[in-house]
Ligand binder design. Structure first.
Ligand code: ADP
Length: 471
């Protein structure tokens, strides 16, 4: 039987547990953590068990000490479970229920069969000791893995409690071996009580630390990985923009030629108009015709510069419905000077219906330009120079196929096409295809290279079709 000093220890400990349980719950409620819920429940049960034990003397038979011990045991189990949950290794609820039942049966056995209070107290103390050691062990694991000071505090305080319980157990065993009833000295009760209070306080504060540390760490990791994604995105956008600038740089000579033609036409029209006006021989219809030519060619120049400017514009990716037919035609127009210079014939149905996909028009144009430029590079040194462009639709997909009459792809190098920095060209960078593949991945699309049946290479660009994106 516990004496009045022992009962006072149960009362104080029980109340402190109750208060700490409430504080822990208030602090951790918004974390919505199962571990925190188990910990607080454990505290609550442990407090309930202690308060019932304090009240035990006035409670008859079965509902007294056995129930108090069972509830306290449930509390300790729940505390261990909280730490195990934090480590992703929880006990099964059935196992916990069976353990509690086993405890109850063993307790009843000692009570009814042996009838010895000392032995019974020893049994309960041993179970408590084992569970306290479990708490210390799991807390130590957390401390070691996460360098958590909170967990280290729990482990240390629970070990101290384990030492107190061990001394208590030794004394109980000594009393039992002498056949005496257990007698708790005031000093011993004071020691156990103080260690218990300290353990409850330190463990609860430590547990709050574990959960908050974890939550802050998780949020920091999420922020860091978000930053990494954004940084990668920024870098790939910058790389894509540099690639576009390089493409235009490579086409600069032809583009200059492309601009020179309308400029020359404007100059010729302006000179003719001036001469006619100066000689006062200009009919109004003639001057209107010359002015129309000036307007037409100025529009051509403005169209070319607009396309160039928007093609190399930096800045955020802008997702909108994009007509694959339109951007393919625009890129073919941009490449017209190169195609003419190398005498490359292009087969692309002149007027086709729209094929709409969702994405960034500039980035998708860049993909088409890269593939077309590779096709021109592949054919420009052979006599038969032709490129076929085809856009097909299925229920969900648009496929833009660009095939050429070039030498095709070396099957031994099949794995390497499209990997960064792989090039077979003297002045190649080996980035065009890999940038295109990255752009298409961002658009939930893909790019495949294959040798066409009639010879030459064929590149298929696949993109999800916008619902209603084509007839
Ligand atoms: P680069 O054009 O700088 O070499 P790419 O990534 O665009 O970089 O292309 C990588 C390689 O893929 C090319 O060097 C070439 O060997 C191969 N390749 C791409 N398209 C074709 C094609 N149409 N025909 C033959 N080889 C091609």
């Amino acid at each position: 039987m516990i004496g009045s000093e022992g009962a006072a220890v149960y009362l104080i400990l029980g109340l402190i547990c109750l208060i700490m349980s409430a504080i822990t719950w208030v602090v951790l409620a918004h974390q919505r953590s199962h571990a925190a819920a188990y910990w607080c429940l454990g505290n609550l049960l442990f407090a309930g068990g202690l308060l019932l034990a304090w009240h035990e003397q006035g409670t008859p038979g079965w509902t007294g000490l056995p129930l108090a011990n069972l509830i306290a045991l449930g509390g300790l189990l729940s505390g261990v479970q909280a730490l195990r949950l934090d480590q992703g290794a929880p006990w099964r609820p059935l196992g916990m229920a069976l353990a509690s039942l086993g405890f109850l049966l063993a307790y009843e056995f000692t009570r009814q069969e042996l009838g010895q209070t000392t032995l019974r107290a020893g049994f309960v103390t041993l179970v408590w000791l084992l569970l306290v050691l479990q708490v210390a062990w799991w807390a130590w694991r957390i401390a070691r893995r996460r360098r958590s000071t909170g967990a280290m505090a729990i482990a240390a305080s629970q070990l101290l409690l384990a030492v107190g319980l061990l001394i208590h157990l030794a004394e109980l065993l000594r009393d039992a071996s002498r056949g005496q009833a257990s007698t708790l000295h005031l000093l011993h009760i004071g020691f156990l009580g103080s260690v218990g209070v300290l353990t409850v306080l330190v463990s609860d504060v430590g547990f709050i630390g574990i959960i908050l540390e974890r939550s802050v760490r998780e949020r920091m990791e999420a922020a860091a990985s978000q930053a990494r994604v954004e940084e990668r995105q920024l870098l790939s956008n910058q790389l894509a923009q540099l690639d576009r600038q390089r493409s235009l740089g490579l086409m600069a000579a032809s583009l200059a030629h492309e601009l020179k033609q309308p400029l020359t036409a404007i100059l010729a029209s302006a000179q003719a108009a001036r001469r006619g006006t100066a000689a006062e021989r200009m009919e109004p219809a003639q001057s209107l015709e010359l002015l129309d030519k000036v307007i037409l060619n100025t529009r051509r120049i403005s169209g070319i510069t607009d396309r160039l400017r928007s093609f190399i514009r930096p800045g955020a990716v802008h997702s909108a419905p994009v007509d694959l037919v339109r951007i393919t035609r625009e890129m073919l127009e941009l490449l017209q000077p190169d195609l003419r210079r190398h005498g490359v014939r292009v087969a692309f149905p002149a007027a086709g219906p729209q094929v709409l996909v969702q994405g960034d028009a500039i980035q998708l144009s860049q993909v088409v330009l890269n593939v077309l430029r590779n096709a021109i590079d592949a054919v420009h040194l052979i006599p038969d120079r032709s490129i076929q462009v085809q856009i097909l639709r299925s229920d969900r997909e648009a496929v833009l196929s660009i095939s050429d009459s070039g030498p095709g792809l070396d099957p031994d190098l099949a794995d390497r096409f499209g990997t960064p920095y792989f090039t077979t060209k003297d002045h190649g960078l080996g980035l065009g295809l890999s940038i295109s593949i990255a752009i298409l991945e961002q658009h939930q699309g893909n790019l495949t290279l294959r040798n066409a049946e009639g010879g030459g290479a064929c590149v298929d660009i696949r993109l999800p079709l916008l619902p209603g994106g084509g007839p």
